[in-house]
Write a protein that binds this ligand. Structure first.
Ligand SMILES: *Cc1c(COP(=O)(O)O)cnc(C)c1O
Length: 432
């Protein structure tokens, strides 16, 4: 499989090169040159397959010759070695819980897959990659965990001081080794700005081979398709599900739509957004207006200018009407998010995290507006313990810390406090 740049200037590249580069030299996102078409047989027999088999069959065409099949199988096995249960919340409404990975975030799958691919590409140790990520909380932990001890890779994570939760901060600052946490005296946008400047800085790019580990990178974006296959595998109705996806940078939902275009039955997609509503507005007006990011309680979705929006349109040949047939989008306020957490806890004894709550709210809105009887699925993208302030206030109960992360509280935080200044960051990088 080769990939082209959506800016159409840079040459096509293999999966390997797309993964190492992250973004094309013309600054375009890479996109698969052809979309695989799944056999009817595959879909008809999906319930009999293991998640590893599904993972391999779905991902192999995208990876192509870049990784031998035996190694790709191992990478997949390690990537999906936890559960993706579809849990009934109430009649017709199911949560696909994507928070059973090591950092309790759905980003674990993409981070684990990408890190193992890079480790394979660096196998002869003739290449050293430095990964730069800005995080509002969730990406950082998943990337840190996924890339820990991967040879030939250094990870530098920038996060806004005092703006991530305790669990999130521990997840990204306690690993050490090849993982470096920079605590920026500023907000998430400041972190992102420093990272963006670094990617275009001539000195840094001469000294380092820089790449990003966000969903711009095909190796992080594409494996997210698997959730939708696992959801369908557990779906018990004849009519395909409506799927609501809490969306920020639109990598996850775009991967779901890719799975659908390749043949996975899905009745309708819902992009569930907080008040950062560039996409809901686009579907409404037909004009895409990037916006300034607004802070919300579902902060992993605080994105004013979603990177993967352009990929989503490309899936539908840049035709908004084709896209609208399969996608609806809602914008949900913080007040509605908190009320939803409260209501779902009181009525159904299910604890939503703020992102899942946005997904749930948008799903119910769609089902009500469309008289849809088949029911639907919302993706629960993070464990509520990562957002204790909002969840505990909204439910009036304390959330128990899952055993799998209790060790974090005995670890020592190691971070480098820095002003929100690119020059300071550059100096630190150069002298590192
Ligand atoms: C990253 C993230 C999202 C948004 O996913 P995108 O692929 O950026 O749309 C939603 N929920 C949580 C918890 C996240 O960490």
């Amino acid at each position: 499989m080769n990939y082209y740049s959506l800016n159409n200037i840079s040459p096509n590249v293999s999966f390997e090169e797309a993964t190492i580069k992250g973004q094309a030299p013309d600054k375009g996102l890479y996109f698969p040159l052809t979309l695989p078409s799944l056999s009817d047989d595959f879909i008809a027999n999906i319930k009999t397959k293991s998640k590893e088999e599904i993972g391999f069959e779905v991902m192999q065409p995208f990876v192509g010759e870049s990784i031998p099949d035996t190694i790709l199988k191992n990478i997949i096995n390690e990537t999906v070695n936890f559960d993706f249960p579809l849990v009934k919340v109430h009649k017709g409404v199911f949560a696909l819980e994507l928070f059973h990975g090591p950092t309790l975030a759905f980003k674990d799958v993409g981070a684990r897959f990408m890190s193992r691919c890079l480790a394979y590409f660096n196998r002869n140790k003739n290449h050293h990659t430095t990964i730069l990520v800005a995080t509002s909380g969730d990406t950082g932990g998943a990337v840190a965990n996924g890339f820990l001890d991967v040879e030939g890779v250094d990870v530098i994570i920038l996060y806004p001081t005092k703006k991530v939760s305790t669990v999130q901060e521990l997840q990204l600052t306690t690993l050490g080794k090849n993982i470096h946490a920079i605590e920026v005296d500023g907000n998430f946008d400041d972190c992102q700005l420093i990272v963006k400047q670094a990617f275009t800085d001539a000195d840094l790019n001469t000294k380092f081979s820089l790449t990003s580990a966000n969903s711009i990178n095909v190796a992080r974006w594409l494996p997210q398709q698997l959730y939708y296959f696992y959801a369908y595998q557990q779906w018990q109705h004849d009519e395909p599900p409506v799927i609501s996806v809490p969306s920020g940078n639109f990598g996850n939902i775009c991967a779901g739509m890719l799975a659908h275009v390749s043949g996975l039955p899905v009745k309708h997609f819902i992009a569930a957004c907080n008040i950062n509503d560039a996409v809901p507005e686009f579907l409404h007006t037909g004009e895409f207006q990037p916006k300034k990011t607004i802070s919300t309680v579902s902060n992993a979705m605080d994105v004013g200018n979603p990177s993967n929006f352009i990929r989503m349109l490309e899936l539908f040949h840049q035709q908004i009407n084709e896209l609208k047939n399969i996608l609806s989008s809602y914008s949900v306020t913080d007040a509605a998010t908190k009320a939803t957490i409260n209501e779902v806890f009181n009525q159904y004894n299910y604890i939503l995290d703020p992102h899942g709550a946005v997904g749930y709210y948008a799903l119910i809105e769609y089902l009500n507006n469309n008289n849809s009887s088949s029911g639907g699925i919302f993706l629960e993208t993070a464990h509520p313990v990562k957002f204790p302030e909002t969840v505990e206030i909204s439910t009036g109960t304390k959330i128990e810390i899952p055993e799998s992360i209790q060790y974090l509280f005995n670890q020592k935080k190691k971070s480098m406090l820095m002003n929100a200044s690119f020059d300071d960051f550059k100096k630190w990088m150069i002298n590192k």
